[in-house]
Design a protein around this ligand. Structure first.
Ligand code: PMP
Length: 407
């Protein structure tokens, strides 16, 4: 029988490992700042009230069945999702140039987008089959592109000196990369740094991308979650579309609708013509068919109700504000405790300038380890903390521990 002796043991996923260590810890004041999911002020997962409402609408629908969805997904979901990210008045949508396919959340959208490029993108002989990822980025990006034989390489993004954007090196890399390179861009709320370009910086990035004929691969996992406003967080994507940058967008409803486990997302490819969009759709359909046959129905139905019913859509906007505002409030409070109360050495303005679920604290690997081992505050070795792990009960303890670790 096959012994699989030659199969090397893979290392456990670092985030899941961190969560397991947190669960096993008996210390009463322990804090989990590793999680990539929203928690309320009582440190509990939050089912959005609008999702509860939409669920009850579904449950009371006498015509609900469990038939297969079309291969490219629930049409009312994909059309609503396209409008959400590109804008309800998007000329690209009106001109029929947008192809949208339902995916297994944002991860599936990234995979399908990468698979599509690996089959059909004209990588230049000079550039080769590469994708440029921000340094750092969501670690899964490396594996997702590697799986489809596209080599991940990185562009400078984060400057540890300023705990902000390494704007000039980023632009220089865009300029020096071979024409028609593929650049992965985080649409908003960059994971893991929380550092986003300003609008003026996005404009310059866009200029260079157009000049060089690069392809923009947008990953949008946090629309609405960043600023609390869905349109505001879609600004960069919409701006690039208005300038006719060739691009695609990976969209997730895990964070902004709290539907992590439902695996609901979409891939949108903006094509130059209606005909091109139809060709792209036919191939995405073939690819999706071979991998998942048909996408899951439940999350698509929930999000479709929310996107297409004005009352539910308004409820959703309110729920998104609730989440975003709590996180923004935690940023302010952490910043205030460190700078005003504890007079912690160093500049902590990045805590309030960064945006979204995560913050790069600027802590080095040794300090991050001390937070875990001495203070029982679980965070990744790169100094990243999940802001949603903070609440009014633990924020003082976290601030004091940060203070001790950097002194
Ligand atoms: N992209 C980025 C940048 C992310 O942070 C995440 C979630 N951690 C995803 C994509 C995908 O998440 P999901 O598959 O749960 O939608």
């Amino acid at each position: 029988a096959e012994s699989w002796n030659e199969v090397p043991l893979a290392p456990p996923d670092s985030i899941f490992k961190l969560t397991a260590a947190f669960k096993a810890d008996q210390f009463p004041q322990k804090v989990n700042l590793g999680v990539g999911a929203y928690r309320d002020n009582e440190d509990k997962p939050w089912v959005l009230p609008v999702v509860k409402k939409a669920t009850s609408v579904l449950l009371n629908d006498p015509n609900l069945d469990h038939e297969y969805l079309p291969i490219t997904g629930l049409p009312e979901f994909t059309s609503g999702a396209a409008k959400l990210i590109l804008g309800s008045d998007s000329p690209a949508i009106q001109e029929g140039r947008v192809t949208s396919v339902q995916t297994i959340s944002g991860t599936g959208a990234n995979h399908l987008g990468a698979l599509f490029l690996s089959r059909f993108y004209h990588f230049s002989p000079e550039g080769g089959r590469k994708v440029w990822l921000s340094d750092p980025t969501w670690v899964n990006h490396f594996a997702i592109f590697g799986n489809v034989q596209i080599e991940p390489v990185t562009y400078p993004y984060y400057d540890p000196q300023t705990i902000g954007l390494a704007f000039k090196p980023f632009l220089d890399t865009l300029r020096n990369a071979p024409s028609k390179s593929v650049f992965l861009l985080h649409a908003c709320a960059h994971n893991p740094t929380g550092v986003d370009p300003t609008r003026d910086q996005w404009k310059e990035i866009c200029d260079v991308i157009l000049e060089k004929g690069h392809y923009a691969f947008f990953d949008c996992a946090y629309q609405g979650f960043a600023s609390g406003d869905l349109d505001n967080d879609a600004w960069a994507v919409r701006y690039f579309v208005s300038r006719s940058v060739p691009l695609l967008v990976c969209q997730s409803f895990a964070k902004n609708a709290g539907l992590y486990g439902e695996r609901i997302g979409a891939l949108h490819v903006v094509a130059p013509t209606t005909e091109a969009a139809a060709r792209v759709k036919s191939q995405l359909s073939v690819l999706s068919r071979s991998e998942i046959s048909n996408p899951p129905a439940h999350g698509a139905r929930l999000v479709s109700l929310i996107l297409n019913n004005p009352e539910l859509f308004n409820d959703w906007k309110r729920d998104i504000e609730t989440m975003a505002n709590r996180i923004i409030e935690m940023r302010r409070e952490l910043h205030r405790s460190l700078t005003e109360e504890l007079k912690t050495p160093g500049n902590w303005d990045h805590i309030i300038n960064q945006i979204g679920m995560f913050s790069f604290t600027g802590l080095n690997a040794e300090q991050s380890k001390a937070m875990v081992e001495k203070a029982h505050i679980y965070m990744t070795g790169n100094g990243r903390i999940s802001m949603s792990g903070l609440n009014t009960h633990n924020i003082r303890y976290v601030a004091e521990s940060l203070d001790k670790v950097v002194r």
